[in-house]
Ligand binder design. Structure first.
Ligand code: CA
Length: 704
């Protein structure tokens, strides 16, 4: 914190306290008459860079510091005392959508987001509300979600402001003291047939706010944009894949990248969205971005004739001021598996082969753990950290993975590991640099890959205009192939203590479920992790022994974080609603001797009401099921077993009556149900409804 600002704040303190007590914003005269001095959260590059030395109890950036190691030096909660850890406070987050936010704590205030990108500022000691900001996210964007609705992974706090991206692809800046909006820019100012979305947290550094976008599955062309932190003015944009080569290239890197593509990829978007990891090295003034998968997934369709398809599935280092590329490393050349390299990037200084190196660590979806020299991009290590069938190893001379000739799924449809969820996804990992150990939430979840039926039969691929576009087999055709294939290995979630240099797994603990949450490790010798069953667990970081467990009655994917206030250490995380309960999401903060209670919520009423008449023929119901799984299931669940969004088996008679107006009239647009007139005609819509009735009858019969 700068001295000038500290002096100004002390003088202003009575005013700030009065303003806070009155629940209103503090405004008025400002020191020096120049740019307005911030009245809260004065976080700048220098303060973030000095967190380790100056503020061991703070968590002021997404991964705690710019190095994003997510490791805390706090030791009050340790291997012994963790057994007495209990809930200090909790706030409901009144929605069932997935919650993924990493809370930040700056000067005693906690900032976190919900799925619609509301920003909450609360007292980090009590959870008491300071302000809430509603960015007015357009709810109909839920339709363009990769994964069952909206989501948001959190904020950046910088120079008195809080920055967040919204699911409808805007970037907003609000005053950290008051929650008042300062600016709001549309980051989707690039032509696109299907709207861009954003799920990630922005990075604030070097006077700029950096943000990417989501939705490679919706034919997008990925890019990262830098905005002036003060004004919101666009500073530069780095596209991750080339556009139409008959048009001028936006920047020289695109001309280079276009040589690695074939066919007419730009018509299908290409992919490469930067939807998660954006990391900054202040010393090198470099921004590192993790680039997403190809669109569509199948490379034979996306880029017929082959090619590496730069910069898909790559880590790209660019100059923070100009956006000019410094180096790139492609983890999966010619991505064919949805193997994003968007997973969290960790920066560290390590001795590698006797030499001190500035390294970059990443465990992308493809199952290899990469150690790169972050000055040059040189590959130093690439050990497997999860089960894999697609490749055998990485050739350290070429830096390329060696694909397994038995796993060519275009010729022989098959289960592949890692699947499209990756051996590791965005669930944060945590790095203990003193020990050189990475704690990684991994999952072995296979995916059945096959080319689409139409493409196999005709060699042609005609994507639907407004729907997810994977370029792989789906629906009943896929199901038929799956039934003929050998049974897949069981899905597993495994927490691993992993040595990135030797590739050794020091210990591994199988989670209760395959869907696991992010990880936090601390100098107290404890590793914290939540999981999809709602359990929050603490493990001994040396042995993996479970020391503590708490049932949140939720479902957890978000990472825990920790902070210290007035001599007390807290561990906080968000939990989504759980399918089995009549409940919402929440944020929870734990401390030693915490006295808050979390009563078990009422069990969800799973009774399916009596249905209106089924009038469609069996063939029509099959057709309705195909349409349902094409357009509805990603939000309303496989076989209409929905939860995060409406369970359609439980529709009231009035909803059945209004079904056409909802699906083809936008009646519930405000709630996130878009108008599907562009995809479904009246008769098809009725077949979808008939399919839902038929599913409801089947499930009713099974429970009677
Ligand atoms: Ca993807």
């Amino acid at each position: 914190m700068s001295r000038a600002w500290a002096e100004w704040a002390v003088k202003r303190l009575p005013v700030l306290i009065l303003a806070a007590a009155a629940g209103c914003s503090s405004s008025g005269s400002l020191p020096g008459g120049g740019a307005p001095a911030p009245s809260a959260a004065f976080v700048d590059d220098e303060r973030i860079a000095r967190v380790e030395e100056d503020e061991p109890g703070a968590w002021i950036a997404y991964g705690r510091t710019y190095s994003e190691q997510r490791f805390s030096p706090l030791t009050q909660i340790d291997r012994e005392t963790v057994r007495g850890l209990s809930l200090a406070w909790t706030n409901a987050i009144a929605m069932r959508h997935r919650l993924q936010s990493t809370p930040l704590v700056v000067d005693g205030t906690m900032y976190y987001t919900d799925s619609w990108s509301f920003i909450y500022a609360v007292d980090a000691a009590t959870g008491e509300e300071i302000w809430t900001f509603d960015p007015q996210t357009r709810r109909e964007y839920a339709r363009w979600s990769c994964c069952a609705g909206p989501m948001n992974r959190g904020v950046a706090v910088y120079k008195g402001r809080v920055y967040a991206a919204t699911f409808d692809a805007r970037l907003v800046a609000v005053d950290a003291a008051t929650g008042r909006k300062i600016w709001d820019v549309d980051t989707a100012d690039y032509p696109s047939r299907i709207p861009y979305t954003i799920s990630g947290a922005p990075l604030a550094a070097a006077g700029k706010i950096y943000i990417g976008n989501s939705g490679s599955e919706y034919d997008h062309r990925g890019y990262l944009t830098a905005y002036d932190a003060e004004t919101g003015e666009k500073a530069w944009r780095f596209f991750t894949v080339p556009g139409d080569p008959s048009l001028p290239f936006e920047h020289p890197e695109m001309e280079f990248a276009a040589k690695t593509w074939n066919g007419e990829w730009w018509k299908l978007g290409g992919g490469g969205t930067v939807w998660n990891s954006i990391v900054y090295d202040p010393e090198l003034r470099t921004v590192y971005m993790g680039v997403g998968n190809g669109s569509p997934w199948a490379r034979e369709i996306r880029s017929p004739g082959g090619g590496d398809n730069l910069f898909l599935a790559s880590i790209v280092a660019v100059d923070a001021d100009s956006g000019k590329m410094k180096w790139h490393y492609q983890t999966t050349p010619g991505d064919n598996w949805d193997y994003t390299a968007t997973q969290d990037i960790v920066l560290a200084d390590m001795v590698v082969d006797g030499r001190r190196r500035k390294v970059l660590l990443q465990a992308p979806k493809n199952g290899f753990f990469y150690v790169l020299d972050r000055v040059t991009g040189e590959l130093l290590r690439a050990h497997p950290y999860g089960a894999m069938t697609w490749a055998t190893h990485v050739d350290m001379k070429t830096g390329r993975p060696v694909e397994n000739p038995a796993a060519v799924w275009e010729k022989k449809p098959q289960w592949i590991l890692p699947g499209n969820t990756g051996a590791h996804n965005w669930e944060a990992m945590s790095f203990d640099r003193r020990k050189g150990v990475m704690y990684i939430p991994t999952h072995d979840i296979p995916y059945f890959f096959a080319l689409p039926e139409e493409f196999v039969k005709t060699g042609r691929y005609a994507p639907r205009e407004f729907s997810m576009n994977l370029g792989v087999a789906r629906g009943s055709y896929r199901l038929g192939l799956v039934e003929k294939a050998a049974a897949p290995p069981a899905a597993k979630g495994i927490l691993k203590a992993f040595d990135p240099l030797t590739g050794e797994t020091l210990w591994a603990v199988e989670n209760a479920v395959s869907r696991v949450g992010g990880v936090l490790a601390t100098a107290g010798g404890v590793v914290f992790q939540g999981d999809g069953s709602g359990a929050v667990s603490a493990y001994d970081s040396d042995t993996g022994e479970r020391l503590w467990r708490f049932d949140s009655y939720g479902s957890i994917q978000a990472p825990p974080m920790t902070y210290e206030l007035a001599g007390r250490q807290y561990v906080a995380l968000v939990a989504s609603a759980n399918f089995n309960y009549e409940n919402y999401g929440k944020i929870m903060a734990f401390a030693l001797g915490g006295e808050a209670q979390l009563p078990e919520p009422p069990k969800r009423d799973m009774t399916i009401p009596e249905q209106p008449p089924l009038t469609a023929s069996p063939e029509e119901i099959v057709r309705g099921g195909e349409l349902y799984h094409r357009f509805c299931s990603s939000c309303h669940g496989h076989q209409a077993r929905g939860y995060r969004n409406a369970d359609l088996r439980a529709m009231a008679p009035a909803i059945h009556d209004a079904f056409q107006d909802i699906v083809r009239g936008g009646l519930l647009k405000e709630l996130g149900m878009d108008d599907f007139t562009d995809e479904l005609d009246e008769q098809e819509t009725e077949l979808v409804r008939q399919y839902i009735v038929s599913r409801a009858n089947i499930d009713r019969a099974a429970t009677e």
